[in-house]
Structure formats: C-alpha cells, structure tokens
Design a protein around this ligand. Structure first.
Ligand code: HEM
Length: 554
C-alpha cells in the first residue's frame, strides 16, 4: 500500500472517531439543529447556493427564534436567519462574535492576517480598522477621489457608446464594462494608476481569492491529516507562488510611491501615499511596517474588487469524497474557476443586478430616468456628485437591490471568543457565525411582499413602510454592509461609485432587452457560491439618447 494511502486511511479513522464523539457531545440549551451524520455533520445538507440552503433548513427545522445550529465538518456554526435574531445578535452580542475563524490560506496571503478583514478581534485588527476608517475611507478622503470617479464614469459612458455602435442594435454584455469601471476607480484610489497596474491586479486577484476563501482541509480534518492533504495536493506550493507574486507587485508599487515622496499634495494622495506619510510622521500607535502596509493595501484592493473574500464553497461532491486527494485537487481547480467567476467585484455585481432589476421593471426604470433628467436639467444639463443627495429614488433603488441581492449574502463569517446567550440559547465560545442577510431581506415579519422589487417601500412620499430604514448598520432588517464592530468601512466609498455609474448609464442611454426577450423571461438566478453574481451575464441593448446638452460633465 502506498504510504500516502495508509496515512490517509489513518487520518480518516482519527477524523471519524473525532467527529462521532463531537456529534454526540450536544449539551446545554442549544438552538435547533437538523439531524446530522458522522464526520460531515450537516455539510451534506448545504447546496451550491448556501444562503438558500440555510434559509430552507431554517424554515424546516429552525423554530421561532430565528437561529439554527449546524456542525459543518469541524466547525460548529450558528446561523442567524431573521431580522429579530440579527437585532439581538448585533445589539447584545456583537463583541462576543467580533472575531474571524482562522484560515490557513488567508494567513499566508494576508501577511499573517495583519490587515482588517481577516484579523481576529484584538489590538491588531483595531489599529488596522482605525487606519481604514480615520485615514483612508474618511469622508474627506472619499471626497478627494471625486475627480477620479467623474473621469471613470465618463470613460464608462464612452465605452458603452462604442460598444453600442459596434453592436449595431444587438445586445451588449454589461459585465466587462462594469467590471472595468469599478476596477479602474479602485486601482486609481489605491495606487494612483489604472492601466497596467489594474490589469496586473486583476490577474493576481483571480489567482488568489480561492486560496483565501476556499474550503480548506482544516475545515474538516484535524491538523495533522490536513497538513498531509495540503502537502499531497500541492496547495501550499501554489499558495507560496501566489504569495511571492503579490509581494513583488506590492513592493514595486511601494518603491514607486516612495520615490515621489514630497511631490504629492495631501489632497491628491492615494491610499498608499497616505499610509507612507503616516509612517514617515510616526503616527502614534499605528506601527506601519512594510508588511502591514502591504496587507492593508492588499485588503482594500481585494475588498473593493470582491468584498466577500471568504468564499466558502460547499459542494456535495466534496463532502462525500473527503478522503480522496483528487477531490481536493479538483476542489482547488474548481475554486480557481470559481475565482475567475468571482473576480467580478462587489460593485460591478451590484451594478449588474441593478440594471437587470430596472429592465425587468420598466416602470421603475422610467421613474429613475426622470429623476436623473430633472436633476441634470436643474443644472443646465450638467450633473455633479453633490446632486446625488437630491436623488432619493436612486438611493431607494439601490437599497432595494441590496435587500434582494446582497453581494455577501452570509456576510463574512465571524467567530465567537466567549460564550453567549442569544435568543435564550446558550452558544459556546469558538462558534462560527453566519448572518443570512439574504434571508433577512426577505423576512416576512418585517417586509411586505418581500419578493417584489418595489423601491417605493423606502420613499416617504410614497408612504413606504421602510422609508426610515437605512442600510448603514442601524436597521437590522437591511444590513448588506453588516453592522456592529465588523461593519464594512467602505460604505461611503462604494455608494458614489455605484450611484454615479447608474446616473451616467441611465442618463445617456435607454436600455432594452434583446429582440424576443420579455422582462418576465430574464434569468434572475445567482451563480453558485457564497457570493451572488448573476448566473447569466446580463445582455442589454443600449440606445444612445439625444441630450439637451452635448456632454455630461461628471
Ligand atoms: C457594494 C459594496 C460593498 C458591500 C456590499 C460590502 C459589504 C461588506 C460586508 C458584508 C463585510 C463583512 C462584514 C462582517 O464581517 O460582518 C465587509 C467588510 C469590509 N469591507 Fe466592504 N462592502 C462593500 C464595499 C467595500 C469597499 C468599497 C471597501 C473599501 C474601499 C470595503 C472595505 C471593507 C473592509 C476593510 C472590511 C472588513 C471590516 C472588518 O473586518 O472589520 N468594502 N464589507
């Protein structure tokens, strides 16, 4: 028998005994749970759209308190499924659940998790988040990127015009256009340049996110067999190659930025300039080592490209064949494919969903175009970023899109560091937390006609019941950016990027479905995984509008 087969068999036996014991150690007043099987726990119950599987499991087994407890391989996992349970969680137990589960891939790729997103709760995370909130994503800094956004929206409109001319009345696939736009804004804000840097970044992103976020051997196997699987399948070797490629890329950008020290006025700084200045000034308590700067810059690149890097992947095939190394191999390559899919970013996913919902709801599209045209007319045909504040319907449309299609439908997994009593149930420490914001956005206890796309629910003038509901983490029925300590610090960066692109696309073009496709025929399914890009890329026919003014200065 080959030594690795023997080692795998021994590993399997250890795991089997371990999980059998673990499965039978259910004690205390725990939340409801479906029946489990040895080793897998409940993994086999999770389909390719995990948020939907978890929602169905909750409806079937969950009871009235909005919680479900699952054993996903080695990880005990609490799922929050309703707005009421989310309220209890974020109001009363945010601190206990503010950490992150450990990921070997994230650890290697993120300089020992010396960043914000992947860091466990503690001093290092607190310092990183402070840098992000106070120095990089503050209102003043976000405002300073207004010219970048204006230029990139103009470029998006120009590229769409070109695509429309080339398509000559046929459909245009929007995904590439939207991805290019968001990628350019982010690369310019982070590193001051787009072009070749953006292209290199796109390639690195595509290579790395599966490693950070994939289903790791450690999720199911004890440490020693997991290390063995890593070695046999070559996961670690490939990971090391990617780590080196990232490091070279980041070192080069840092070196280029250091060369131009003193040439850049504070208001023109990109994120990297800010971090290097803080280091030069010896900003108190920030300890900006090279690796820390690289980790922060990387996480911002990655976050803005695809905010939910923890792209846990639950595949039934994987679950049923855990001990076959070829399965781990195919899992990795599957993840690679997934990553290429996943390389579409949060902002472009959201823009694509918005365009799909608008074309499926022509009444909403017309009303929004009217609002945008009126805002432009009030300014002699020009549109400025400050006009966004006056476009209440545009904001309502975005809220409705993020309610139905949150880009991270289970947020990013948290982990508890202390026992907690949630909704009357005892939750032990070291429990992973998924908050099913996709299900919460459809919770019939808080939303009327939850499956309908109805932005008016957020409008005071339309008597919408959700008029006062915001999505910045205070109203727990709408938390696409999360809430509490781990809330996304990039909301103010993301909103103008999304709203300006929509204003530009809807002001300059009318949008139609390709000939023969009716709004009801539009495929509104999601691609498998724990993020929710559209299953089918959106193809629409842009019709250039004749505007009262020759050019839009935005
Ligand atoms: C539509 C756009 C976006 C959405 C829906 C979104 C959503 C999220 C979500 C759900 C989380 C996880 C929160 C949790 O763990 O509970 C998160 C974390 C984070 N986001 Fe975003 N995000 C977006 C854009 C951005 C942008 C543009 C940036 C930066 C420029 C950013 C930076 C971050 C960072 C640094 C974290 C980690 C926070 C922490 O762990 O403390 N995000 N985001």
């Amino acid at each position: 028998m080959a030594p690795y087969v023997l080692a795998a068999a021994v590993g399997a036996l250890i795991v089997f005994l371990y999980v059998v014991v673990l499965n039978h150690r259910r004690c205390g007043n725990l939340p409801p749970s479906p029946p489990s099987v040895p080793l897998l726990g409940h993994l086999h119950l999770i389909g390719r759209l995990a948020h939907r599987s978890l929602h169905d499991l909750h409806l079937r087994y969950g009871g009235g308190h909005g919680l479900l407890l699952l054993q996903l391989g080695r990880r005990r996992t609490l799922v929050v499924c309703t707005a009421a349970a989310a309220t209890d969680m974020f109001k009363n137990h945010d601190l206990a659940f503010a950490s992150r589960p450990h990921s070997v891939g994230a650890d290697k790729l993120m300089y020992g998790c010396d960043n914000v997103s992947f860091a466990p709760y503690g001093e290092s995370w607190r310092r990183g988040k402070k840098i992000a909130v106070v120095h990089l994503l503050s209102p003043r800094r976000v405002e300073s990127f207004a010219p970048v956004r204006a230029a990139e929206v103009a470029a998006l409109v120009a590229r769409t015009r070109l695509a429309a001319a080339e398509a000559a009345g046929e459909g245009v696939e929007l995904r590439g256009l939207l991805y290019g736009y968001a990628n350019a804004v982010v690369t310019r804000a982070t590193a001051g340049a787009a072009g070749a840097t953006a292209e290199r970044l796109k390639q690195l992103m595509a290579k790395s996110s599966g490693f950070v976020a994939g289903f790791e051997p450690e999720d199911v196997l004890p440490d020693a067999p997991a290390r063995f699987v890593r070695w046999v399948t070559g996961i670690d070797r490939r990971l090391d190659d990617i780590v080196r490629a990232w490091d070279t890329f980041l070192s080069e950008i840092i070196a280029a930025h250091e060369e131009k020290v003193g040439d850049v006025a504070e208001e023109d700084e990109d994120f990297l300039d800010v971090l290097l200045r803080l280091r030069r000034d010896g900003a108190e308590g920030l300890e900006l080592t090279d690796n820390r700067i690289k980790a922060i810059v990387k996480v911002i690149f990655v976050r803005t490209q695809k905010c939910s890097l923890f792209k846990f992947r639950f595949s039934r095939n994987l679950c049923f064949s855990l001990f076959s190394s070829t399965v781990f191999d195919s899992c990795v390559s599957e993840l690679w494919q997934d990553v290429i899919m996943a390389a579409t970013e949060t902002s472009s996913d959201t823009l694509e969903w918005t365009m799909a919902e608008l074309v499926a709801n022509p009444r909403v599209m017309a009303k929004l175009q009217d609002e945008i045209a009126r805002a432009a007319a009030a300014r002699d045909g020009q549109l400025a970023e400050s006009d966004l504040n006056k476009m209440g319907y545009l904001r309502a449309v975005l809220k409705e899109v993020l309610r139905l299609h949150p880009p991270a439908p289970l947020l990013v997994p948290h982990e508890s560091t202390a026992p907690a009593v949630v909704q009357g149930y005892e939750i032990p420490a070291k429990t992973v937390l998924f908050v099913n914001v996709w299900a919460i956005g459809r919770d019939p206890a808080v939303w009327n006609a939850p499956e309908e796309f109805r932005p008016e629910r957020f409008m005071v003038a339309s008597g919408g019941g959700g008029a006062a509901v915001d999505f910045r983490g205070t109203d727990y029925q709408l938390i696409p950016f999360s809430a509490g300590r781990r809330i996304c610090p990039g909301i103010s960066f993301a909103l103008p990027v999304l709203e300006l692109a929509l204003a530009g696309l809807l002001r300059h073009f009318d949008w139609e479905l390709p000939a023969g496709v009716r709004p009801g025929d539009l495929d509104m399914g999601e691609a498998p995984g724990l993020t929710t890009p559209r299953r089918v890329p959106l193809i629409l026919v842009p019709k250039c509008k004749v505007l009262p003014q020759p050019a839009l200065q935005q």
